[in-house]
Design a protein around this ligand. Structure first.
Ligand code: ANZ
Ligand code: ZN
Length: 801
């Protein structure tokens, strides 16, 4: 029998989507389940296999949940602001709005061709005016609550994309999008004060159900450390240099200080410093390096001694030199450090290079070779009041000492920085702020939202990196919402992360025009029960959206403090050569070709069978055919089903085992082993002369989340009139998971006269008794003398008469 996948898949897709079978129902009595996948950027290239893998986990879970009786919200949308569309617009002159609409249409078609059970009526598009109106509204609330501010600072700037990048977007010192080396540029920047939430973002991780590595990445990003501030007096002045240190216990080993090239004390003591020009030159050089180069890469530490200023170590009153070096960052801690070369690797390298004093204060290493950085075993030496103490005790003691003497205090620090939140690009949400000469910066009136992007036909940023909106008079000139006078609009737009920081809220009420979403609907649907997405978004998008959510909770807009209950991340699909799929390598697999040739079900199955879901795994074309053969086998099994509503005797155990394993594997994102088990079961079924109706219905139900078109079709072909979507998920019988009952033959004088079923562990004596009690055997024993009874365990009992 040939399976016409094209016809069958179209038929079911039409049925599902036209009848809105997957529509989530607000306030239904069923328990709710909110499964969320990271929404795609609708690029012109359309869907690739990576998208399918990313959505498949919760596609399977959502289909299973519906069968378990849940009211499931499984939405999808489009994160459509951003550079690729804008760059395409610059190249072709086609307006980004038009490009976006086209791409969304294509993408939606492709998602439907794959059979995803999304609720397509709740689709959101971050570039839609009715959507970004609320993104702007949130920005205004942040501004009013002092969590959005403007400042002049050095920012990461990509000279090729001509945009300011956040730290998150320039990890490794390279532009996230084009890989160009990032440079530091002084700019007027909008910041969101995410650092205010650092501790809450850390605490909120405690209840997040996720893999340790996902938690650790977020923890490292937040980067909490605890230590102390210590004041070092600058010799012969009233000023002191404050440092942040995680190792106040090593204070007696601090033999010099290092400040960042941008440290303000250089300007303050310009006239006292004899080599001011050299310091300025050094600062200019440092500007050319990225933070990554300054902190991580530079094996060869550079620096300049400040000639004319020295400091006093407050615990031993020794005069120590002060250096300027670019391995100290102005934006972290206080921008100044006490250097302890004996126990800090960077300080050690620096001290060796400049021949500075190295004093051992922790016993245990060999400081003539390298810095000794272990803090677990060490005991303090050369440290006066701290001698003989452990590192831990020494820390406590010195902090108390510093606090008593008023020269320092206990402090906590976070590596995380405020979030640079503006871009000089066209295709983004305009920042809804107005600059008035009289009133300063004021937010646009909420009733005037959205501030629409003006329709233009030139999208390029100006050469100096100004936003293209700055050239549009009608946009820029406006009246001040406070005094009514002439004022100018902010012309920068928001970064792409804005729209994705709250989209999951909009899904609960996508068409609301009075609020970003109705509070009761939010209350019904939140939290997101399970969120799946890319590992690379764990530190950026997930932290950003948690920050916005916590803020919205604080101002009473959402009902819970944390948005997500559980988070997983899929691995990449690599090309068959093991490299990352890319056009230039020619190893990209087009999912639509596979859907065309083998069917969406085959593709879905194969993508989940390919390897462990959370690991990267290469593509393998021959595996696709194997997936298709599995489906063909299921199809052919229909020919041999009986009417029985019991499991076939020979299949009962494996049926129960499969139900158990598939159910559990899905919850543990072990889709590959779930499918392997289903394959084993189907092979067993193929071997049988017949299979019961119950056997067949069960395999269809179990396969349904993976290959829903075929499952629905066969379900209908065997006479069911209601679809599989809300059929009950199979349950297993605990007592039928292992084969415990065996058959024993009872023979008289070597001839089999009866067969009995006994438990596997029945003893020899019991077997003998059971044999003698057999009515059938009795007929041949009656009136005769029993000479011998031979028991072969697990096989037979022979009675010799
Ligand atoms: C003395 C010391 C002795 C340090 C020692 C470390 C080891 P984390 O854990 O990352 O927070 N530091 C402080 N501010 C800095 C800045 N702006 N740029 C570069 N380095 C800076 O690191 C805190 C430690 O990093 C601080 O503790 C300081 O060096 C350095 F055996 O102080 B430590
Ligand atoms: Zn004004």
């Amino acid at each position: 029998m040939e399976y016409n996948h094209q016809e069958v898949e179209k038929k079911w897709q039409k049925h599902w989507y036209e009848n809105k079978v997957f529509a989530a129902k607000d306030f239904s009595d069923k328990p709710k389940y909110y499964s969320l996948v990271e929404f795609p950027y609708p690029s012109g290239a359309g869907m690739h296999v990576g998208h399918i893998r990313a959505y498949s986990s919760l596609e399977i879970v959502s289909r299973k949940r519906r069968m378990e009786g849940y009211n499931v919200l499984f939405p999808i949308g489009f994160d459509a602001f951003g550079l690729p569309t804008e760059n395409y617009a610059i190249k072709t002159g086609i307006h980004p709005r038009k490009v976006t609409d086209q791409n969304i249409k294509i993408f939606t078609e492709q998602l439907k061709q794959t059979g995803f059970s999304f609720d397509f009526d709740r689709t959101v598009d971050t570039t839609d005016e009715d959507y970004y109106r609320w993104t702007q509204w949130i920005f205004i609330q942040l501004f009013k609550n002092n969590l959005a501010y403007r400042d002049k600072t050095y920012v990461n700037y990509c000279p090729s994309c001509k945009v300011v990048l956040s730290n998150e977007e320039s990890q490794g010192g390279k532009c996230d999008r084009c890989d160009t080396e990032v440079v530091q540029k002084e700019k007027d920047v909008w910041f969101l004060k995410i650092t205010k939430h650092a501790e809450r973002l850390l605490q909120g991780l405690k209840n997040l159900d996720t893999l340790p590595r996902i938690k650790i990445e977020q923890e490292n990003w937040i980067g909490k450390s605890s230590g102390a501030h210590v004041d070092f007096k600058v010799t012969n002045t009233n000023t002191s240099l404050k440092v942040y240190t995680t190792r106040p216990d090593t204070l007696f080993g601090a033999t010099f200080m290092v400040i960042a090239p941008e440290h303000p004390i250089i300007e303050e003591y310009k006239s006292t410093i004899k080599n001011y020009d050299a310091l300025i030159n050094y600062k200019e050089e440092a500007k050319k390096k990225t933070e990554f180069e300054r902190v991580e890469l530079a094996k060869d530490k550079t620096g300049v001694l400040i000639d004319g200023l020295t400091a006093i170590n407050p615990v031993n009153n020794k005069e120590i030199p002060i250096f300027v070096a670019d391995y100290v960052m102005i934006g972290y801690g206080t921008g100044a450090i006490m250097a302890v070369p004996a126990h800090d690797t960077r300080d050690y390298e620096f001290a060796t290079k400049y021949n500075l004093e190295i004093i051992e204060v922790i016993k245990g290493g060999d400081i003539t070779v390298e810095a000794y950085t272990d803090t677990y075993e060490g005991i303090l030496v050369n440290s006066d009041i701290l001698n003989e103490l452990t590192v831990k005790d020494a820390k406590e003691k010195i902090i108390k000492f510093l606090e008593e003497k008023n020269i320092g205090e206990r402090t906590t620090n976070y590596k995380m920085k405020d979030w640079a939140f503006n871009r000089q690009r066209y295709w983004g949400e305009p920042i809804p702020i107005i600059h008035c000469d009289k009133c300063g910066m004021v937010p646009e009136k909420e009733e005037n939202l959205p501030i629409r992007l003006p329709v233009v036909d030139k999208f390029e940023p100006a050469e100096d990196g100004e936003s293209p909106l700055a050239n549009i008079e009608e946009f820029v000139n406006t009246t001040c919402p406070v005094c009514g006078g002439h004022a100018k609009r902010e012309t920068d737009t928001m970064p792409q992360w804005a729209g994705s920081s709250w989209y999951f809220l909009r899904y609960t009420d996508p068409k609301n025009n009075k609020a970003l979403a109705d509070f009761d609907k939010l209350k019904y649907w939140l939290q997101v029960d399970w969120y799946n997405g890319g590992m690379e978004h764990v530190t950026r998008h997930v932290i950003y959206s948690r920050f916005w959510h916590q803020f919205l909770f604080d101002i009473g807009v959402v009902p819970c403090e944390e948005p997500y209950k559980k988070r997983t991340a899929q691995g990449l699909i690599l090309g068959s050569d093991g490299d990352k799929m890319s056009k230039s390598k020619g190893n990209v697999v087009n999912p639509l070709e596979i859907i065309e040739e083998f069917g969406a079900d085959t593709l879905r199955l194969y993508i989940l069978f390919i390897g462990d879901y959370e690991q990267s795994t290469p593509w393998n074309a021959s595996g696709v055919k194997g997936a298709r053969r599995f489906l063909d086998k299921i199809l052919r099994l229909k020919e041999k089903i009986t009417t029985s509503n019991e499991f076939s005797k020979d299949l009962k155990i494996i049926m129960n085992q499969t139900i158990k394993q598939v159910s559990e594997d899905i919850e543990n994102v072990k889709f590959n082993t779930a499918i392997a088990k289903l394959m084993t079961l189907v092979n067993e079924m193929v071997k049988q002369e017949s299979v019961s109706r119950k056997d067949y219905e069960t395999i269809l139900k179990l396969v349904n989340p993976f290959a829903p078109h075929l499952a629905e079709e066969m379900w209908e072909q065997i006479g069911n009139t209601e679809g599989l979507v809300f059929e009950q998920w199979p349950t297993f019988d605990k007592d039928s998971l292992v084969d415990t009952v065996i058959e024993i033959a009872i023979s008289v004088n070597g001839k089999v006269r009866d067969k009995i079923s006994v438990n596997l562990n029945t003893t020899k004596d019991e077997l003998q008794a059971l044999a003698l009690a057999s009515e059938k055997a009795k007929q041949f024993i009656e009136g005769k003398e029993i000479r011998k009874i031979i028991v072969v365990p697990k096989k037979l009992v022979n009675i010799v008469v």
